[in-house]
Design a protein around this ligand. Structure first.
Ligand SMILES: [Zn+2]
Length: 166
């Protein structure tokens, strides 16, 4: 593309949006270390970058964001399948319930806005992108389980009742 040099902003290989940090590992391994507010912290080998597809990218993003291990996950060609298989197999209704639960978990008190942010937190639902998360949020709103306060989501009384019945 010519000589734009370092003008190209870094792109997270999983969500394809700007990460907070993306750097070469300094330990001599051929890996990238990424910190992304959507995908969390992970490392990925150059070889594994070539194995990313539209089908495994969002699942790896979810796997990384949901990761609870002490050290960040290292994505390799040899463990992509294993990482993808760790991701919960949510049905659409599971995703709706998961979203309601997440919005509730991040609500400081009843009736107040949640800190859940679809733009940042959609991988927690194993959604492909913010568009899918918004679609689920609209579905919950239509059922009366959440509403919006400004640009934030909030659980309604009906939503809290629904959660106590799950
Ligand atoms: Zn990302």
């Amino acid at each position: 593309m010519g000589s734009s040099g370092n003008a190209t902003p870094p792109i997270c290989p999983l969500c394809k949006q700007p990460p907070e940090i993306l750097r070469r590992a300094t330990d001599g391994s051929v890996t990238l270390q990424v910190s992304c507010e959507r995908c969390g912290r992970f490392s990925i080998s150059d070889q594994a970058l070539a194995d990313l597809t539209s089908e495994n990218r969002y699942l790896l993003s979810a796997a990384s964001r949901l990761w609870t291990g002490e050290r960040r996950p290292l994505i390799l060609t040899t463990n992509i399948r294993e990482l993808v298989e760790q991701v919960p197999k949510f049905t659409v209704s599971d995703q709706l319930d998961a979203l309601l639960q997440l919005v509730a978990d991040r609500s400081p008190e009843l009736g107040s806005a949640s800190t859940f942010d679809s733009n940042r937190d959609y991988p927690l639902l194993v959604a492909r992108n913010v568009g899918e998360a918004t679609y689920f949020a609209n579905g919950l709103a239509k059922r009366g389980f959440i509403n919006t306060i400004g640009s934030r989501l909030a659980v309604t009384l009906e939503g809290w009742e629904r959660l106590s019945a799950i």
